[in-house]
Design a binder for this molecule. Structure first.
Ligand code: FAD
Length: 337
């Protein structure tokens, strides 16, 4: 049994790690430069900033055990920001204070830890999958048809990116993925040459264009010799606002988000030393499908990811593990994944 996994976000990596533990050979194909997907950290001259997932919670016992392993390996740590909520109650931030964790020294660290033991082909954008006898062939934009034939193919990519791959060879799964609506998010990373004098390190915002702001430099493990920018902040816009402005230029988006930040944080917040914008086209799912994963044992193809299961880092990890379990069950392997 040799499986191909498309996508090296936390779902694909969790799936691959489970299969590898059970003795299944796995190749992972990832279109970007490295693993992590939306658990991502942007690095520049003297600064870094998590610009996708901001933190993760761990409620499921299996995921808590995994997070403990990441912490023991130095790849994650608890984060206890001074937290504020602006713009009324009942919105984001009203769920109390769950334990929050971040990757260390950046949000990509847990993914890098998992990927270190796996066969990962980066910069490989799978753009076609095709049945080949009882197995599968894959083609990538960079390398054309790949030489290996796989017994199973597991897609761990956002739903809109899964649909075109599935349409001709697994139309029922294509219909399932096409039901899902994923929403965009504008993200703005700010560098300040002195520390903003604020009484909070992170805030949920329930009015205006912003949804979340966080002092990235307040996260554990961020200080190193390579980082010399004193204060780094991350702004995330609301899904509705982001969707309405998703095709705008960064130069049009940034002043609006900076102005909204200054309304909370004072005039100095509007004039950072430098800013970098990032447009996420598929940030979250509204709502996720209420299942763990999808597996077609007859065809040997499956889907996992946050959009199927609970829409967060924890849900994505659980979904990847669930898909590995389904594949192992179909092979008659009964050990828990
Ligand atoms: P992804 O991380 O998207 O991984 C999919 C991977 O597939 C990517 O690496 C992609 O490059 C790759 N890929 C796609 N198509 C192809 C292809 N054709 N060939 C090869 N590779 C391909 N979650 C939380 O728990 N807490 C938060 O605070 C939080 N905040 C967030 C804020 C933002 C702005 C965003 C964007 C997300 C946030 N999330 C948060 C959600 C969290 O990041 C995701 O739920 C989780 O990381 C999804 O993991 P995944 O493996 O399912 O998908």
């Amino acid at each position: 049994m040799h499986a191909a996994i498309i996508g090296a976000g936390i779902a694909g990596l969790a799936c691959a790690a489970s299969l590898r533990e059970a003795g299944i050979a796995v190749d992972i194909f990832e279109k970007s430069r490295g693993p992590g997907g939306r658990m991502s950290t942007r690095r520049g001259e003297g600064w870094q900033c998590d610009h996708g997932a901001q933190y993760f919670t761990a409620r499921d016992p299996a995921f808590r055990a995994e997070v403990a392993r990441w912490i023991a390996a130095g790849a994650a740590a608890p984060w206890q920001p001074r937290l504020a909520v602006f713009g009324g109650s009942g919105g984001h931030g009203s769920e109390g204070s769950p334990e929050r964790f971040v990757g260390t020294p950046g949000m990509t660290a847990p993914a890098r830890l998992l990927a270190a033991e796996l066969a990962l082909a980066a910069r490989t954008t799978v753009n076609q999958i095709e049945r080949d006898g009882a197995g599968w062939r894959l083609a990538s934009a960079e390398h054309g048809w790949l030489p290996r034939r796989f017994d199973a193919v597991l897609l761990a990519v956002p739903a809109p990116q899964a649909v075109p791959l599935l349409q001709s060879s697994a139309p029922e799964l294509a219909v399932l993925a096409a039901r899902v609506r994923m929403r965009g998010c504008w993200s703005l990373m700010l560098r300040f040459d002195s520390r903003l004098p604020l009484a909070f390190d992170a805030a949920f915002i329930n009015a205006g264009p912003l949804r979340w702001v966080a002092r990235d430099s307040s996260k554990p493990g961020r200080l190193s010799r390579e980082i010399d920018v004193p204060d780094t902040w991350l702004l995330h816009a609301h899904a509705e606002w982001s969707e309405a402005h998703i095709e705008d230029m960064p130069e049009a988006v940034a002043p609006i988000l900076l102005q909204a930040f200054a309304a909370l944080a004072g005039p100095a917040a509007e004039t950072p030393q430098a800013w970098t914008a990032h447009r996420w086209r598929h940030a979250d799912t509204d709502p996720p499908l209420e299942r763990e994963c999808a597996w077609d044992g007859g065809l040997g193809i499956g889907l996992c990811g946050d959009w199927i299961h609970a829409g967060k880092v924890e849900g994505a990890w659980l979904s990847g593990r669930a898909l590995a379990r389904e594949l192992l069950r179909s092979q008659g392997v009964t050990r828990a994944a």
